[in-house]
Design a protein around this ligand. Sequence first.
Ligand code: AMP
Ligand code: SF4
Length: 462
Amino acid sequence: MKEACGVFGIYNFSQDSPAKSVYYGLFALQHRGQESAGIAASNGSDIKCHKGMGLVNQVFNEVSLRALAGNLALGHVRYSTTGMSILENAQPIVIDTRYGTIALAHNGNLINSVALRNDLKDKGISFVGTSDSEVIAAMIATSKKENFEDAIVDTLAHCRGAFSIIILTKDKLIAVRDPSGIRPLCIGKLDNALVISSETCALDIVGAQFVRDVSNGEIVVIDKDGLRSKTWERAEREAFCVFEFIYFARPDSVISGRNVYEARFHMGKYLAKEHPVEADMVMAVPESGVPAAMGYAAESKIPYEEGLIKNRYIGRTFIQPSQEIRDLGVRLKLNPIRDAVRGKKVIIIDDSIIRGTTSRQIVRLIREAGAREVHMRISSPPNLNPCFYGIDTATKAELIAANLSVSGIRKYLEADSLGYLSLKNLIKSISWPGKNLCLACLNGQYPVKIPERLQSLKLFFK
Ligand code: AMP
Ligand code: SF4
């Protein structure tokens, strides 16, 4: 299972129930996963959980939220891309352990989960779903450590890959990030409560102030005495996922002091410097390409115009598991403004090309709408390698840039020209030291070594 999810938790120091705020938080993190949503809450003695398939507002209503009483609550939104879209994999995972009942929500992907799962099965543990998160929960439950926090650290020491996790016990909220800090996680403060969230956009929605990011390899424990933290393990280098900046995070989020919108705007500016072309208008593939298109227009002095309208009520087409739905998805999702593009030389900006399916259809749509020339510009370098850390792009065989040269991709897209942002300027746009970013899907340098079995699954060529 590959999961790229959103997590959100609140510890309220008064007795007020934060379940509704967690609901709003998940609502703001909906872009991180649309397949299932869930909230677990503790009232000090019992943990209750409600989860279901679908969008946050489809899973919850007033009645189900009211039932989640208690001053601690934890929520999760999930997407999987390999077809195992089943309720058993919805989170939070709630299990009884000798440390008491716990609820666990995980964003990221373990690269050694099959081995860990098999070890547990050998010990007689059975599983209801197929997610990594259930493996982590079962490992905690079977730890030999006396103390619960030691059991968490002991478990995580065996986990390889990306994990930003929030765990809820009957009286504690615990947040951890993997030693490389691949997925985001931050801390916020609300009147009488502390908040943990995948992204700051979800702090904003509940009116919480950003306090700081959880550091790589840090474990944060919030209980009635407040917040305490320690480093449980730190990798040689931090390796924050650059794709969060390119595509995944919401543009209104701030990660480690960098506004995602601004980083994307700069990517667009550098893209215009690197790949200028004479044209009448700059347009974006909505919504992921918008900030970079604004930057491209600002730098090139070519007017930014809307050329495609997105149906707001559709999720990200990429997230749908089958190719058939993906193909149909583009027309379901996007429609050109014919009068805006007719007779013009058009520059289309998008953040990335993965399989090329969507991009090819977009070029066609714009041409059919009457554009004279269609120039495609991408605000990140070619996506050459699969991700094993929770953003499931594709296998190497499916990645168009791993199989075709830039000119081959241009031909496939039927674009008049194609230009990608360089890695150097991508890093400059984020103003984050390159050595502290995961760039593996762009340069093949995986910060956490990938087991051979997994490599052979995803790295094969057609
Ligand atoms: P395609 O042309 O089929 O490769 O699709 C490219 C589109 O997919 C771009 O608009 C990207 O914004 C989007 N995209 C990139 N990575 C992902 C991802 N992990 N999940 C969903 N969509 C993505
Ligand atoms: Fe992010 Fe790419 Fe690294 Fe995956 S491989 S964590 S998408 S930078």
